[in-house]
Ligand binder design. Structure first.
Ligand code: NAP
Length: 252
């Protein structure tokens, strides 16, 4: 796989990227920065952010360690951006051990919703006033194949990502007239550090065969390419879309 960068595509813009220490978030932060953006990169794992800036000392990447599900982190990110946020990429997310409804515990349910959904609501709420004032902004959320079908995760993850699609469309419709676009990618399987063990024997028996149809395991950079495209002016008339980036899984 060879992906070309587009020099200066985001020159002069500021992009916040969550989950930037690993996987899709890291690839997205690197791509925005390589294409000229000033990137505010956040993750809950400090070492990974240190590695990101060590690997790319020449790129304009500011890191902020924090739990993106907390309001304090959302406010700190807006402060770190220090002005207009042109792009918000809500990438951070966690899985749910494929737990089905009869086996889900409250802590897993609440944590998955906090990270996959509430964090996006809080951070988007924090950046929207600036975007509304600027009459300009692109928000790209990272949803999942599990937002399109029930066979790709447990119940908490599926429900949180279905809800994230609704959040994305709501923001698109309500704030489109203010010059703000909100879209999401729905990745299929991607080679990252996300933990996805089956902790339910029944879920493994039921979902395992259904997941055998997955056509490809993508590289994180392929998702970054779609995320940056949705954030770019080439997607100026794309708003409220949930874009499967899954090698065709959604079409099966
Ligand atoms: P990843 O490699 O685990 O990267 C996600 C990063 O976000 C990790 O460093 C993670 O830290 C961090 N993070 C987790 N919770 C956080 C929080 N509360 N605040 C700040 N950072 C936090 O995972 P990925 O596969 O790139 O996932 C990125 C997004 O893609 C997620 O929204 C995921 O649901 C979605 N997605 C992934 C796949 C896939 O196959 N990989 C498929 C569909 C959708 P920890 O390691 O400590 O959790």
């Amino acid at each position: 796989m060879s992906i070309e960068f587009i020099p200066n595509r985001f020159q002069g813009q500021t992009a916040i990227v969550t989950g930037a220490g690993s996987g899709i978030g890291r690839a997205t932060a690197i791509r925005f920065a390589r294409e000229g953006a000033r990137v505010i990169a956040t993750d809950v794992v400090a070492d990974r952010l240190d590695q990101l800036t060590a690997d790319f000392p020449d790129l304009d990447i500011t890191t902020l360690v924090g739990d993106v599900s907390l309001e304090d982190t959302a406010q700190a990110l807006v402060t770190a951006a220090g002005g207009t946020v042109d792009v918000l990429a809500n990438v951070a997310g966690i899985m749910d051990a494929f737990l089905p409804l009869a086996e889900i515990d409250d802590a897993t349910w609440e944590r998955v919703f906090a990270v996959n959904l509430t964090s996006v609501m809080r951070l988007t709420r924090a950046v929207l006033p600036g975007m509304i004032e600027a009459e300009h902004g692109a928000i790209v959320n990272v949803s999942s194949e599990a937002s399109l079908r029930a066979s790709a995760s447990g119940v908490a993850y599926a429900a949180s990502k279905h809800a994230l699609n609704g959040l994305t469309k709501s923001v698109a419709v309500v704030y489109g007239p203010k010059g703000i676009r909100a879209n999401a990618v729905a990745p299929g399987a991607v080679k990252t550090n996300i933990e996805a063990p089956f902790k339910s024997a029944w879920a493994q028996e039921r979902l395992g065969p259904l997941m055998a149809i997955i056509p490809t395991f993508a590289e994180a950079e392929e998702l970054a390419a779609s995320i940056t495209w949705l954030a770019s002016s080439d997607a100026s008339n794309v708003n409220g879309v949930i874009l499967p980036v899954d090698g065709g899984w959604a079409a099966i």
